[in-house]
Design a protein around this ligand. Sequence first.
Ligand SMILES: O=C(O)CCC(=O)C(=O)O
Ligand SMILES: [Fe+2]
Length: 319
Amino acid sequence: MSTDGVFKATPTERAWLQEFTHEMGACRLEGSAVERHYVDAVRTSLASNGLLHRLRIACQQNLSTDREAMGYLLVDQMLPDPQNESQFTRAATILASLLGSPFHMSRKQALWEIIAVDFSKQPYRFGGVGHNPLHIDGVNTTHPPDCLILLCRRDDPAGGGGSLVSNLQQAVEELEETDRGYLQQAIFEEGEFYDLEGVGREYRPFPVLSRFPDGIWRVRVTGKMLPGMPSCPAKDVLERLQAILEKNQVVLQLRPGQALVVNQLLNAHGRLPLGEGQERIPSSERRDFRQGFVRPDKGSFIPPYRHIEPLPLSFNMAG
Ligand SMILES: O=C(O)CCC(=O)C(=O)O
Ligand SMILES: [Fe+2]
């Protein structure tokens, strides 16, 4: 069974998802999360036919918060035709409902936030055209999303935009002891806490490293912090951590219809620069990715991590 970070669906599994997507129609949100009764309906329907057992096993093996797990899973040949936007994102919502409780982090965005090519953004930021350095999402929150899902609707016609993942637990092990100590101080800041939901409170300043009782590290890392940071000892340490992450990074060139699920305790993620000449590509043909989040819960395919208290997703502590 797949422990290599890839799950390839069979035609039967794909057909079930397509059929069920038609049956279920659109879902509503309760606060930041997909309404509970929708998630339950998806899981109940699936339980009655016993399908997708292989996907459950792949989630347990690859996405459990366990030092030995890959910490990511590329889901291939499962989602329907990405050209049909509503069917594609609805099917993704059903898939996400099996994996955990789907939610969004940004109050102003759809459940599946569009990562479009946007020339007005800083190249290294969300939607920018440059290298998006390795990071976790929700770095400045008390409860970063457990898992991130990236959907590829269209890959970059100029051949860039590969997705990056890099193992966080391994990177911490490779750090010098003094750097590890330094990064446990709550002295770091990054980003704005604005209109965020489902991720607890703002954490400012935060420690880059903190440890759970079983030894797993929470790594609040983001290379997006570095460009705007003046030279100082903290920057040097962060750069050493970033260099380890980059040395170990894996590039996954997602194809249309593929989904990448990333456990944020085990892996950082990022993006290679888009290919040259983006201005000459019509906007309807440029790279189109979507981003969503899930928290594992009782009964989800991804097992909850026992050291993180479940957070009521519809409860907005930020407001
Ligand atoms: O563009 C991408 O593929 C990922 C972007 C991202 O992870 C981010 O900006 O948070
Ligand atoms: Fe991200």
